[in-house]
Design a binder for this molecule. Structure first.
Ligand code: ZN
Length: 168
């Protein structure tokens, strides 16, 4: 709580991410195959099964961050476990998509820069994303694949609220 107006406005944006998120276009997509929702707008809770693969769940993210079908991406929950992994991400990370769900993210991805505070940098980026911070970019490396570097855009998606890693 500050009495400087601009600081107050900034703090409010940081503390109430829904306000900032509502200002940008959002898109619903399947958390498994990235197919878009069949209908525009927010799907009712009973209609959140993916109409394409029928095995994923429709979640929402900023349009600039939301993956398209065939894009490699993964969702990470607040406990730093993999909540979903796209088929395209599996070979990049050297894992089977189904086997990856529920595993700690640290077993699959690490920050690429050793000097970037190690695994703490990844955890911090996920915590920021899950709290609704602006999407950011981080270079990561698959733990099980030698010599590979991936650029990841990290932002919030949900519900349930999770960090979305869109891999390039
Ligand atoms: Zn799907």
């Amino acid at each position: 709580m500050t009495d400087r107006r601009s600081d107050t406005a900034r703090a409010r944006l940081a503390l109430v991410p829904a306000t900032a998120e509502a200002a940008r276009p959002h898109r619903w997509f399947c958390n498994r195959c990235a197919s878009p929702a069949a209908q525009p707008g927010t799907p009712p809770p009973f209609a959140r099964a993916c109409p394409a693969c029928e095995r994923g769940l429709l979640v929402e993210a900023a349009a600039e961050l939301a993956p398209a079908p065939g894009d490699p991406f993964l969702l990470v929950d607040a406990g730093l476990s993999v909540a979903a992994l796209s088929e395209a991400a599996a070979p990049l990370l050297g894992v089977a998509a189904q086997a990856a769900v529920g595993r700690p993210l640290g077993e699959l991805l690490a920050p690429a820069d050793a000097e970037a505070a190690g695994a703490g940098a990844l955890a911090a980026a996920i915590a920021e994303a899950a709290a609704g911070a602006e999407p950011r970019r981080l270079t990561v490396r698959p733990v099980g694949v030698f010599g590979v570097r991936l650029s990841a855009r990290i932002g919030v998606c949900g519900p349930p609220r999770a960090a979305l890693f869109a891999l390039d």
